[in-house]
Design a protein around this ligand. Sequence first.
Ligand SMILES: Cc1ncc(COP(=O)(O)O)c(C=O)c1O
Length: 344
Amino acid sequence: MALIHGGQLQKVAAAFNIPESNWLDLSTGIAPYSYPIPDIPTSLWQQLPQPNEQLTIAAQHYYQAQQLLVTNGSQAVIKALPSLWRQQCSVNSIVYLPLHGYKEHQQAWVNAGYTVAHYHEQLPELAQLTPHCVLVVINPNNPTGKLFNRDELTDYQLKIDKLGGLLVLDEAFMDVITPTQSLSSTLTAQSTLILRSFGKFFGLAGIRIGFVVANQHWLKLLNETLGPWQVNGPAQYIAQHALQNISWQQQQQSNLINDSQQLGKLLFECFAHDSTISIKGTTLFQTVTFSSNTVAPLIYQALCQRGIYVRLTDNQQALRFGIPCPEQLPRLGQTLKKILKSCR
Ligand SMILES: Cc1ncc(COP(=O)(O)O)c(C=O)c1O
């Protein structure tokens, strides 16, 4: 069954009968500013994609990792992993997953017949982990924003290595965390895979490119499974330039920090009167969590009726707001305040 994600504006616009061009779409955690597309040599459109050494070097530098593989986004790897793990380990592993988090992980493991155990805010105790288990950590979490630090995750790496298990670190939103808590520069374990999404921080989710950091055994396995021509040549070219462009990255960081602070301030003004409501996130999204699952759907509907699309979480208890540009913020603020006034 296809899962619901943000970014389905076409469908939502049709459901609320508002033309797509009239919407303020804050339904994803994709940066509102995208890396400017450079002039792409015609040959890259004409030829089949070839490995791009310059891209690999740029990615090794950006992610501070020597061993990585270019993929067409983390999603492809998430889907491929359970059957690859089945080939590596014939025992029926328990898969530990965050209760709240990008649900494609869960769907992939459940579809492959694995037994899933959820953890809440904290990782399962080290002593609780079972032989050959799989632990999936979305760091920082989407949508909760929960961040685990490197030291804690290093302990899990070592333990899972000893247990003959697999640690999957999904660092889709790690680019905006300073100081970084990524394990990509210090990956030592045999059994850790780190997924890095390109599209979110660089605002180019549509070009479908991402990276996996892992040991050579896993990279070879993934490369063979995903097959040739994974990533089109123009996407490789754009990513190469974006990963090399440090001054653009610094500007992007600074814009996102500023805009997410403005959003945080607005959400605080709107919701701080109620101490049961929490506001957490990263500089790519802010999530407002309510104490029950009755309020968020009402606000979601009211926002949609006014052409503002945010993400209502699967448990219906929270609204995740993507980062609006400064010129979009007043529309969000006025609309949200009007809705909340009419609710009181
Ligand atoms: C936590 C998380 N991981 C992975 C993905 C997939 O990203 P990609 O565009 O790299 O396939 C998403 C997409 O929203 C996500 O939220």
